[in-house]
Every structure is written in structure tokens, then in C-alpha cells.
Design a protein around this ligand. Structure first.
Ligand SMILES: *Cc1c(COP(=O)(O)O)cnc(C)c1O
Length: 420
């Protein structure tokens, strides 16, 4: 439940002093004077990335040249980085590989699951998803259904009773565990059990979960998942995403984007495709080594940190933010649309407001960075490795100032940018 006691700036400073994650903030290069509440969209820069990238550029690329594929371990970097991510999501080493984008990776997994389902039973032809899912998930599924043809279709549904939609024509469901708009969390274990009973797969999109919540994909029966590298994993703009496939599913899984790095023996240069028996199969072409190095450093910001501590602080931060918005900004018409119940809430809060866009621009101008999501949401993400309690306090006070002075009405805040 939300805090009910009286809050003060001093109390927030006290919480920061006793915060078990306090020292993790020094792993990041955060600009002075900025309160960053958008790590759910682009994680902050890890100090480690700066040195690692410059070493990779100068020593490995510059001096090592092509030898670095072997000598600097470039060829194993995608799997090694995947192993680091595996620890954060409750997977085993060898079940995750970092590669491509989230969009591409969900195409791989949905395409393979669809193909397997249709082979077993041609009536299974539907890709099930939520209407409110992140658009790229829907677009990729729609494109895939068109490509496959022969009755394949995307069916999007609304409402809370997803299990009721697990019909006999469903081949695979594509669900995002934490909703990007509201932060609502789906019950992974329960839905996996229901899907398994109904006879179809679920491909999980963990973009807003990995690095934000403790995940136990193995224990909770998830076999197929993708996720994003540049959000809570701090991998940098456009970082490689990841693919998780439970060990038991790897060898038989049809890989439709059959690139050479997923081949069993890429350097034999055999004309016929023969997929690798393990997680290597889910790579497609040559990875960006610079991007993987940055992601590796992003994942390393979680070293020695227990996800249960991350979760505990995340909920305390969002509880505090919500309480302060209610007490300090009550008269300004913000309506929180995120679930109040902890088990149903990710690491963000979203507030509906009819002037959400100009308000967000005005507070960004004052150094508090959140983001706007159409049509009317102000979204604030809480990355517990670097967001402090004092940041929450100061952010809400900034919002209050902008609202009480009406600064957001300035004309410079009214026009939309290309990226919101
Ligand atoms: C951020 C996000 C993506 C991003 O996809 P890209 O291919 O990296 O652009 C996909 N799905 C969800 C649910 C996301 O939150």
C-alpha cells in the first residue's frame, strides 16, 4: 500500500542514506542538475561503457583488426552477454543470446512457434495478442501473418480475461508482461500454465520487465521470450535486444530468419542451411560488436545486485511518487492509470492529463525528464540503480511549480517532436 505518513525532503534524504542500492548510482555518468525518470525508455550511460568502448575501438578494432574475432572473443560476445542477461531473468546460461532488435527477435520466435503449431495442427492459425500491446509487436505479427498466408492471422483482444481467448485456433500468443503505457504486469506463471493446458505457446516480450522486476522465466514455465537492451538494461541507444529459448525447445525450433551465424558450422561455408543445435541458432547475421560491448557494460551495472532489492526500491519509489502527486498536485487534474496493487505494477507510473504533452515539455525544460505517450499520458520510469528518493521529491515539486505557475502554457511547449 502507499505510504500515508507525512513526507519531507529530509525524510527522502534519510531513505537515500539507508538505501542498500545507493552505491549503484556511482556506476552511471548522470548529468548534473537532471532528474532522470526515463530509464524505462533509454537507460543511463554506465561509466564502464565509456572505457570498454574506447578499448574495443582502439585496441581490438584498431590494433587487433580481424584477429579480434578470436583474440578479443568477439565471436562469443553475443552469448556471453546473453548469459549475463539470463541471470537477471531467471534463465540458465546458454538460454539467452543478445542480438538484433526486439522487433526482429519477436518475429523469429513467433514465426517459429506458429510454424510448429501449424505442423502439429493446421487449425491453429491465429497469433493472439492484446490490442494495447506495443505497436511493433502487433505490426510484426501482422506482417508475419501476411507472409505466412494460408489463413494465418493476428487476433488482438482487449480486457482482463486473456485465458478466455485461448481457443483451439490459437497457434501462439504474444504478450508483453509489463504494459508500456500503464505499467500493468501480467501473471506469467498463471498464463503459461493456462496456455500449456490449451496447447499453445506464449512468446513473452520482457522489454519493460528485464532489469526492472525479478523474473523467473524457467520456474514460471516461460519457454520463449524476447526483450529490449536499451531500457532498464542500460545498453545504450539502439542496443541489441535478446532472445530467450528454454533449453528443451532450442534444438527443434524452426528458425525462419536463417542467417549464417545461426548455422551449425558457419565457417564451413556450406550452401545448405543447418541450424546450430543450441542458442546460437537464434542469431542471424554478424552482430555489432560496439553495440554488444555497450550492452555488456549495461548488464554489468547489475553486478552484485539482487533483483529483489531492485524491486523493493522500485515499488517504494513509485509509491512515494504517487503519494506526493496526490498530496502536492491534487488540484491539477492528474489521474494515475497505473495499477495500485504492487503485484500488478511494473517500475513506472503513468498519469493521464489533457495537457500531458506541454506539461511534460515544461518539466523536461526544468530538468525532470519523463516522457509522453499518446494520447494523453505523462510517463515516469523508476530505475532503482540510479533514481533516488530525493529525485522523486524534487520531481514532484517541479511538477507542482510548473502547474501552479501555468508555465506549460507557453507556446514553445505546444508543438510535438518526432520522438516523444
Ligand atoms: C521498447 C519496446 C520494443 C522495442 O522494439 P525495437 O525493435 O527495439 O524498436 C518492442 N516491444 C516492446 C513491448 C517495447 O517496450
Amino acid at each position: 500500500m502507499k505510504h500515508t505518513t507525512d513526507w519531507s525532503r529530509e525524510r527522502c534524504l534519510d531513505l537515500d542514506r539507508t538505501d542498500p542500492l545507493a552505491s549503484a548510482r556511482s556506476r552511471f555518468a548522470l548529468p548534473a542538475g537532471i532528474i532522470y525518470l526515463d530509464g524505462n525508455s533509454l537507460g543511463a550511460l554506465p561509466h564502464g561503457a565509456v572505457g570498454a568502448l574506447s578499448r574495443t575501438i582502439l585496441d581490438e578494432w584498431g590494433a587487433g583488426l580481424i584477429r579480434s574475432w578470436n583474440q578479443a572473443g568477439w565471436i562469443d560476445l553475443a552469448r556471453k552477454t546473453g548469459d549475463g542477461i539470463a541471470r537477471l531473468i531467471g534463465a540458465k546460461a546458454g538460454e539467452v543470446v543478445a542480438c538484433d532488435s526486439t522487433s526482429i527477435n519477436l518475429f523469429k520466435l513467433v514465426a517459429g512457434a506458429l510454424a510448429q503449431a501449424r505442423t502439429r495442427n493446421p487449425q491453429r492459425r491465429v497469433i493472439l495478442s492484446e490490442k494495447g500491446n506495443f505497436p511493433t509487436d502487433l505490426y510484426m505479427a501482422e506482417g508475419l501473418a501476411k507472409l505466412v498466408g494460408d489463413g494465418a492471422e493476428l487476433r488482438w483482444v482487449e480486457g482482463d480475461n486473456l485465458v478466455a481467448e485461448f481457443r483451439p485456433d490459437v497457434a501462439v500468443a504474444l504478450f508483453t508482461q509489463v504494459d508500456y503505457r500503464s505499467g500493468r504486469v501480467l501473471d506469467m506463471a498463471r498464463l503459461n500454465a493456462a496456455a500449456s493446458a490449451a496447447g499453445h505457446d506464449i512468446v513473452w516480450d520482457l522489454s519493460h520487465s528485464a532489469g526492472a522486476l525479478p523474473l523467473e522465466v524457467g520456474r514460471d514455465g516461460a519457454e520463449l521470450a524476447v526483450g529490449c537492451g536499451y531500457k532498464y538494461l542500460n545498453g545504450g541507444p539502439g542496443a541489441p535486444a535478446f532472445v530467450y529459448v528454454a533449453r528443451a525447445r532450442q534444438a527443434g525450433f524452426p528458425m525462419m530468419l536463417s542467417g549464417w551465424l545461426g548455422h551449425a558450422t558457419p565457417f564451413e561455408f556450406i550452401p545448405a542451411y543447418q541450424p546450430a543445435p543450441d542458442i546460437a541458432r537464434f542469431q542471424c547475421g554478424t552482430p555489432s560488436i560496439l553495440a554488444l560491448r555497450a550492452l555488456q557494460e549495461g548488464v554489468a551495472t547489475f553486478a552484485d545486485i539482487a533483483m529483489k532489492d531492485v524491486r523493493a526500491k522500485s515499488l517504494e519509489l513509485s509509491d512515494l511518487f504517487w503519494t506526493l502527486m496526490e498530496t502536492q498536485c491534487r488540484e491539477y487534474g492528474f489521474q494515475c492509470i497505473s495499477p495500485e496493487e504492487h503485484a500488478k505494477r511494473g517500475s513506472q507510473l503513468s498519469f493521464a492529463h489533457e495537457h500531458a504533452w506541454p506539461i511534460m515539455q515544461a518539466i523536461i525544460d526544468r530538468g525532470v525528464i519523463g516522457d509522453f505517450r499518446a494520447p494523453n499520458l505523462l510517463r515516469f520510469g523508476f530505475a532503482p540503480l540510479y533514481v533516488r528518493f530525493i529525485d522523486v521529491w524534487d520531481a514532484v515539486m517541479t511538477i507542482r511549480e510548473v502547474m501552479s505557475a501555468g508555465d506549460w502554457r507557453a507556446s514553445k511547449y505546444q508543438s510535438r517532436n518526432a520522438v516523444t
